[in-house]
Design a binder for this molecule. Structure first.
Ligand SMILES: [Zn+2]
Length: 243
């Protein structure tokens, strides 16, 4: 049985695409209340317990600030990772960025995503209970060390997992989750940073000094903005952030 069809009407059960929904919820008018735990059919288990090494929000990745849509929990290779609620595995595959990744559709309407596994212990179409081990932690995909990258999604839009779980102890914060447009207000931030950043494509023979002069900024500031040293040789075609 496909879970939560009332929330996902009109979209086929997709076992490949992580977000087949393509909706934006940042201007949603409704308020939806989802059950996270009840005495009948909704149990909770933390996906992993541990220190958060990188939180939901902006962080620097390379030269540009990038929004991190999940929570990274520090783990050892081989540590078990658990399904958070009952549901059915929709996607279990290897992807370039997420590495070995599992995405579960839950009966309560949420989807959760678990990435960078060393080993997958789930397959798409598999019914899972809250607390089932779905994979062993690792560092596959775009990752610099063993950790669990964990996301909570509703109709493909990411929600801060800290609204649901207190990771240091692995406890559930509330029996219900209210979903409204405020859950997605970070999307405005993401957009405004994209609008605010400006870039310069390096032309042949251009130096940091020349480019900084063109834009009326100090060489130091330009280097810092791009996290490069003052001595960095600029290759033609390189994208430099100037704002
Ligand atoms: Zn992450």
């Amino acid at each position: 049985m496909i879970p939560a069809t009332q929330h996902y009407e009109g979209v086929d059960w997709d076992t490949i695409t992580i977000n087949p929904y393509k909706v934006s919820l940042k201007e949603m008018n409704d308020t939806i209340l989802l059950a996270l735990k009840d005495s009948f059919d909704c149990e909770f288990h933390p996906p992993a317990i541990g220190d958060i090494s990188s939180n939901f929000g902006f962080r620097r990745w390379g030269r540009r600030p990038k929004f991190h849509y999940g929570v990274d929990v520090r783990m050892e290779v081989g540590d078990p990772v658990y399904a958070m609620f009952d549901g059915v595995v929709r996607v279990a595959k290897r992807s370039a960025d997420y590495g070995y990744v599992v995405l579960i559709r839950h009966y309560n309407g949420l989807e959760t995503l678990y990435a960078h596994f060393n080993q997958l212990l789930a397959y798409s179409g598999q019914p899972v209970r809250s607390g089932d081990i779905i994979g062993l932690a690792g560092s596959t995909g775009r990752s610099t060390g063993p950790h669990l990258h964990f996301e909570v999604r509703y109709k493909g839009e990411k929600i801060d997992p800290n609204k649901i779980v207190y990771f240091p102890s692995g406890s559930l914060l509330s029996d219900t989750l209210q979903i409204d447009k405020h859950c997605f207000s970070h999307l405005y931030q993401v957009k405004s940073v994209k609008l605010k950043s400006k870039y310069h494509i390096v032309k042949r023979g251009e130096t940091l000094a020349k480019i900084s002069y063109t834009y009326g900024m100090s060489v130091k500031h330009l280097a810092k903005l791009n996290r490069i040293s003052l001595k960095t040789k600029l290759a033609r075609g390189r994208r430099l952030r100037i704002k």
